[in-house]
Ligand binder design. Structure first.
Ligand SMILES: [Zn+2]
Length: 385
């Protein structure tokens, strides 16, 4: 089984006795109310999904991530996992103290031991992280909406909190893979109900590996996106009808999209390495948004950073070719473009919204009819209700 990133699977959960002690120590101090993004980050740190980091980043780690895509010790790490607070709270906190972390639903989930409180400079960091400073970019907007200080330090988590019943912690997916006798496992990241190009990529990769881990990134979404439940059910239908059951595992990666394109592609690969994957599928424009990133940027970044222990598998756009009578890509199909049917998430969503079955060249009919039968497959626009 592949080693976790940095060599050790981090576990920041504490036993009951120690958690009682931490609760009483933190009681008299200030607390930090987490946003849903910070809450999920804290759980991912605590349960080892973000190995090797043990807490929210301190200043030197943060700056190295921004400028060099590594932690201070040189380990490749591409997205800043930071805990922002506003100036009022920053003035009340002291170094060395343990401060409660409060979930969005007001549960105390753990504590952070404060090592550093530091100001960050958006104009220095945003261009590096997102390749643009355009305020229309959702990642840039999210960065600007943060408090002006970051708190860094290790965290302690009281419980292993799971997102839903599909959530396999890294230690669990590793046991599952071992149990099934898989030595090579390819990970697949998605935010969508599966269309035929997704299936083609997964199965082409699976020709080379023992197992496939399909792991949708679930969490905060935009209006019009598929709901978490819809994505998982659609995959269950697809797997049941079209996959060798014994070769596939369906789990989730609870995390907010950062829309950081190439950096997020590397991050996604590292997380799947921690889950136990030896390989990871990178399509075109992974974690992209709009036209901000080069189609191949998420592939070339892997050449730039060198070996990170998990093997990226690069794929071109896949389409249905009428002449080949099957899924293909430019690499293997000689026919004219006019024969190509490109599965498009946008076009499929629009069919479903209009209660029409998408073409079976784009989506498997079983999956499509399931989506048509789901009561509310998309995130509703609350302002219109
Ligand atoms: Zn063809």
């Amino acid at each position: 089984m592949i080693e976790p990133h940095g060599g050790e699977l981090i576990d920041r959960t504490v036993n009951e006795k120690y958690s009682e002690q931490l609760r009483s120590e933190a009681d008299s101090n200030e607390s930090i109310k987490l946003t849903s993004k910070q809450y999920q980050d804290a759980i991912n740190i605590g349960t080892g999904r973000f190995s090797p980091i043990k807490g929210f980043l301190t200043r030197n780690d943060f700056l190295k991530v921004v400028h060099d895509m590594t932690l201070e010790d040189g380990t490749v790490w591409t997205l800043p996992i930071t805990l922002d607070i506003n100036i009022d709270l920053a003035e009340k906190l002291s170094l060395g103290e343990k401060v409660s972390l409060i979930s969005p639903s007001n549960q105390m989930i753990g504590v952070i031991k404060i090592e550093e409180i530091y100001k960050h400079n958006p104009s220095e960091n945003i261009k590096n992280l997102f390749g643009t400073e355009d305020k229309e970019h959702p990642g840039v907007t999210a960065y600007h909406n943060q408090g002006s200080f970051f708190v860094g330090g290790p965290i302690y988590l009281f419980d292993e909190i799971r997102y839903n019943s599909h959530d396999l912690l890294p230690v669990e997916s590793r046991v599952l893979f071992q149990h099934r006798g898989w030595e090579t496992i390819v990970g697949f990241q998605t935010r969508n109900a599966p269309h035929r190009a997704h299936e083609y990529l997964q199965k082409t990769a699976l020709e080379q590996t023992d197992g496939l881990l399909i792991q949708p990134k679930l969490g905060a979404k935009k209006v019009g996106d598929y709901t978490d439940q819809t994505i998982l059910e659609a995959y269950e239908v697809l797997i049941k009808n079209y996959y060798q059951q014994k070769q596939v595992a369906l789990s989730v990666f609870p995390s907010q999209m950062r829309y950081a394109g190439p950096r997020e592609a590397v991050f996604d690969a590292i997380i799947r390495k921690n889950q136990g994957c030896s390989h990871f599928i990178i399509g075109r424009d992974h974690a992209g948004v709009g036209d901000y990133y080069d189609d191949f940027g998420s592939q070339s970044i892997f050449n730039q950073i060198g070996d990170i222990g998990v093997q990226p598998m690069f794929f071109d756009y896949a389409f249905y070719c009428q002449k080949c009578d099957g899924m293909a890509s430019e690499n293997i199909c000689p026919h004219e473009d006019s024969n190509q049917v490109h599965p498009s998430g946008t076009s499929i969503r629009s069919s479903i919204k209009n209660n029409k079955l998408p073409s079976d060249k784009m989506m498997r009919p079983e999956v499509a009819s399931h989506l048509l039968n789901v009561d509310k497959p998309f995130i509703p626009d609350q302002t219109k209700e």
